[in-house]
Design a protein around this ligand. Structure first.
Ligand code: ADP
Ligand code: MG
Length: 673
């Protein structure tokens, strides 16, 4: 079996081409299955071949002439005893007369087309010279994906001996094969490279491909499950709810938790009461109420005499957490501290000391919490908001600030279940799948920018608070700022005397905070913003969201932005201004956001529009993307692969390890966290 890990044996020039295709080992060659097949196993009579069919015909050359059309064409007529077909070539060698000598017997393969006169033709067919006794191939001719300078023939010659000389390992026991309706791997690989007409008619190529899909998903699950097990090895403190603070907080809340919040909280409680580390991803649509869940989780740490912290990717977001949490927890006599890069050095020092001496039980902040100088007394729980905005290394740094602190990661970018199961299988997943009651649905309007004045009239006649978002332009801060400033000036003029504010990424933290406060208190009615407000901001009174150049924004970004309104009890509007002409993808996105309110449905649409690679962003670079399986169609396979992976790791970890290496030997860097 080890033999399949050996490098391919070929001249350097070929090896370099193979490398382009990602082919390094003999195993890689086996997995390089054909893109499609050509059926050269039978010969059609010319009279049976009709337009549109891909067929092979055989006959004798009856004429061979150059047609002096605009560009010269070579027409070769061949005849079987049933009819005549014209082979058309736009490129041909000067030696064509000998190549297609009258009376010569040839086979031609290609798609039948009719010319102006209704004659059957094949344009640039595949040609083979034959005699009446030349045998037909037994199996379909595989067509492999390739690269410039690497012929089908070369690939064929490389793959063939590996197929016949190798022992292909079987990782699945016979009962598993039976249970999941799978064929042996050896058989599957052979079918795919060597498909007979009979197998094709029975659909065996699909059955064979299913096996490869399964194994691909299996290996992915093995990798992730391994990471999962690894992460749960560290010993962590046991945190059990003590009902002291928790009860007080729940009594004090203006609302009661939704069923979904209660459920995910119970999942978290079970995890943190174990002596092993929690690694949980909490997903919930925008506004589903993740923060209070995190706060309650942190309270358990505090009740047990430990510290907890929450980090958020932006100042605005972190500060909102701070203000809310402090309001809730100070009453309980707890010490909540704030830590951000914008604090004065002396203030920071004071906070550091508090944290170190356990005079701060809950720490809330930005990346500043990651600083080396921040030393905790006994950190037991870490909450990471908007986890996708933090890198692997940053998460590791946080980890190191306690003794395997439990980790709760939060994400407001819902991703489809299949993707989550597939790519986040190293984490446990909690999903808040309902919004708090009493929210009025947001009305979404698509408005051509030409009708911008109507939007302004609408704002004037409705005494409501408005976010007006300007998009990122060509990844350029400067242009983004410019467009926001222009919009600010425009609105100040045309909406006077309405109070307009402007917030963007270049402002100092205090300035941002001030503006957010003014907006929160209703002193500013229209807030012009760059996309800095994308995540997490919570101003329940704001009920109109205007998004400029919505055609430039991604689906999840649009959804996030829209989620900033619809939080109070006034009916909210999201006005998407767009500028023609719209590209195809922009059209699809706007249609999707217009038709769907549910983040998961939108995520699903996004998956269809963009594919998994782009949705997962940096995460995906750590994990090989799927080649065979398709998460849209193969959910059942994924579920089964997961079950098998867990079992295999437990009962045959060595085999699991070997098999993973086989699949990804040349991509060692995958998945570390
Ligand atoms: P997100 O999940 O987007 O982070 P938040 O935690 O900011 O959402 O919650 C959005 C708003 O909903 C907040 O104002 C919060 O106080 C409120 N909220 C949370 N849970 C409930 C609930 N069960 N009932 C009513 N309002 C709630
Ligand atoms: Mg949030």
């Amino acid at each position: 079996m080890q033999q399949l890990l050996q490098p391919i044996n070929a001249p350097d020039k070929t090896l370099n081409k193979l490398k382009i295709l990602g082919l390094n080992t003999l195993w890689d060659l086996l997995l390089h299955v054909p893109l499609r097949y050509e059926d050269l196993t039978k010969v059609y009579k010319v009279c049976e071949a009709s337009a549109g069919m891909q067929v092979q015909v055989e006959g004798e050359v009856v004429s061979c002439d150059i047609m002096q059309t605009r560009t010269p064409q070579l027409h070769v007529k061949i005849s079987d005893s049933n009819g005549i077909i014209i082979l058309v070539f736009f490129h041909f060698y000067p030696s064509y007369k000998t190549q297609y000598q009258i009376g010569k017997r040839i086979r031609a393969f290609g798609e039948i087309k009719l010319d102006f006169h209704g004659n059957k033709t094949i344009i640039h067919p595949k040609i083979q010279s034959v005699s009446t006794t030349t045998e037909l191939p037994q199996s379909f001719t595989p067509i492999y994906s390739t690269t410039n300078g690497l012929t089908q023939n070369t690939l064929h010659k490389l793959i063939k001996p590996v197929l016949s000389n190798s022992i292909i390992p079987e990782i699945l026991a016979p009962d598993i094969l039976k249970q999941y309706n799978l064929i042996p791997l050896d058989y599957a690989v052979n079918i795919l490279h060597h498909l007979t007409a009979e197998q094709f008619n029975q659909g065996m190529h699909k059955v064979a491909l299913k096996r490869l899909k399964f194994d691909e998903l299996l290996v992915q699950q093995l990798i992730l499950r391994n990471a999962y097990v690894h992460k749960h090895q560290g010993e962590s403190v046991i945190l059990k709810p003590r009902a002291t603070h928790t009860k007080a907080l729940l009594n004090d809340l203006a609302f009661s938790l939704t069923k979904a919040q209660t459920r995910v909280l119970a999942e978290i409680y079970i995890d943190i009461a174990k002596p092993t580390q929690m690694n949980r991803l909490l997903q919930g649509d925008v506004g589903s109420g993740k923060t209070i869940v995190a706060t309650l989780a942190m309270l358990v740490a505090v009740e047990n005499g430990y510290q907890a912290c929450i980090v958020a990717p932006t100042e605005i977001l972190a500060e909102q957490h701070y203000i809310k949490t402090k309001n809730l927890l100070q009453k309980l006599g707890l010490n909540v501290v704030w830590l951000s890069g914008s604090l004065k050095a002396s203030e920071k020092q004071e906070v550091y000391t508090k944290i170190k001496e356990n005079r701060a039980q809950i720490v809330i902040g930005t990346h500043a919490v990651l600083q080396k100088k921040v030393e905790f007394y006994n950190l037991a729980l870490v909450v990471i908001d908007e986890q996708h905005r933090f890198g692997v290394e940053q998460r590791l740094v946080l980890q190191s600030k306690g003794k395997n602190p439990h980790q709760l990661m939060m994400s407001a970018t819902p991703i489809p279940r299949t993707l989550a199961m597939s790519y986040y299988a190293d984490l446990d997943l909690s999903i808040i799948d309902e919004l708090p009651p009493g929210r009025t649905p947001i009305k979404t309007l698509l408005v051509n920018n030409k009708r911008r004045h109507e939007v302004l009239e609408f704002i004037k006649s409705h005494n409501q608070q408005v976010y007006w978002v300007c998009p990122l332009i060509d990844e350029s801060d400067t242009l983004e700022l410019e467009s926001a400033v222009n919009t600010f000036n425009e609105l100040t003029k045309s909406l006077a005397p309405i109070k307009i504010g402007l917030i963007h990424g270049r402002l100092k933290t205090v300035e941002k905070t001030n503006i957010m406060h003014l907006f929160q208190q209703g002193e500013i009615q229209v807030l012009v913003a760059t996309t800095v407000i994308e995540v997490g901001v919570d101003v329940p009174n704001a009920s109109i969201m205007v998004i400029e150049h919505s055609e430039r924004m991604g689906l999840s970004q649009l959804h996030q932005l829209r989620g900033r309104v619809g939080r109070g009890n006034i009916e909210s509007q999201c006005i998407l201004l767009y500028q023609n002409p719209l590209g195809e993808i922009a059209k699809q996105r706007l249609k999707a956001i217009f038709e769907n309110a549910d983040g998961y449905k939108i995520a699903h649409e996004d998956l269809l529009i963009r594919g998994p690679g782009e949705i997962l962003g940096s995460r995906q670079s750590g994990l090989p993307l799927l080649r065979f399986a398709n998460l849209e169609e193969d959910l059942d396979l994924l579920n089964n692969a997961k079950t098998v992976a867990i079992d295999l790791l437990e009962h045959n970890p060595e085999l699991a390890k070997f098999y993973t290496k086989l699949w990804y030997s040349s991509k060692e860097h995958f998945i570390s966290v």
